[in-house]
Design a protein around this ligand. Structure first.
Ligand code: ZN
Length: 211
């Protein structure tokens, strides 16, 4: 069966409308319940697409039935979302809500991996004051260039696995810019994967570093 046939076979029995998929889809709403399973282990209950990691719950507004689906299905079928006050959004607003919620889950997962890496470092380095680093990053969601260079150096020293993309860098204040201007190339190289496109452009223009 195609994904459309799968979806009709799965959705219609849980809807009031029993034959027309397009009509039945209008009974369903996404109201903001979403889950990160941390691994792509589930199947979309609507289209049966495998390897779903981020599950979004849709609810039938007439009978209260629920389904756990992938975010792409909500967009593909034009299922309406509600805003935080429960107002039903139009198609574009629904798409924005779903995409924003998905980005939220992805970002939360990134932060969890980052904190776990810091905790792993603190377990092997007694003098490392993890709490100051954690409270700093929870405040700003990013480290200064010097902080991050120090962290990555310590991860390498202690052979702690980490993904540079899980860490963000801040280059906004003069202090942070000066840190990069004075930093050796090999340290900037280590920070490169953590930088955004605009940050890389800044580094190219303001330091001697050649990626
Ligand atoms: Zn699906």
């Amino acid at each position: 069966m195609s994904w459309a046939q799968n979806s009709a076979a799965n959705l219609l029995p849980l809807s009031i409308e029993q034959s027309r998929l397009a009509v039945a889809l209008k009974e369903w709403l996404y109201t903001g319940d979403m889950y990160d399973l941390e691994e792509p282990v589930e199947t979309c209950e609507l289209c049966e697409h495998p390897d779903i990691r981020y599950q979004f719950k849709i609810i039938n507004r007439h009978n209260g039935n629920e389904m756990l689906v992938g975010s792409e299905c909500i967009n593909k079928f034009g299922i309406s979302a509600t805003d935080e006050l429960g107002n039903v959004l139009d198609r574009e607003g629904s798409r924005r809500r779903v995409n924003r919620d998905r980005r939220f889950l992805v970002n939360e997962a990134r932060k969890r991996r980052m904190i776990n890496t810091l905790v792993a470092l603190s377990a092997v380095e007694e003098e490392f004051d993890i709490n100051s680093f954690i409270s700093y990053v929870l405040d700003r969601d990013a480290f200064t260039p010097n902080q991050l260079a120090l962290l990555f150096w310590r991860f390498d020293q202690r052979e702690i696995e980490y993904s540079p993309r899980d860490f963000k860098i801040v280059i906004r204040r003069d202090r942070e810019k000066n840190q990069l201007r004075q930093m050796e190339d090999w340290k900037i190289q280590k920070l490169w994967a953590s930088m955004s496109t605009s940050q890389r452009t800044w580094v190219r223009r303001n330091t001697n570093y050649e990626p």
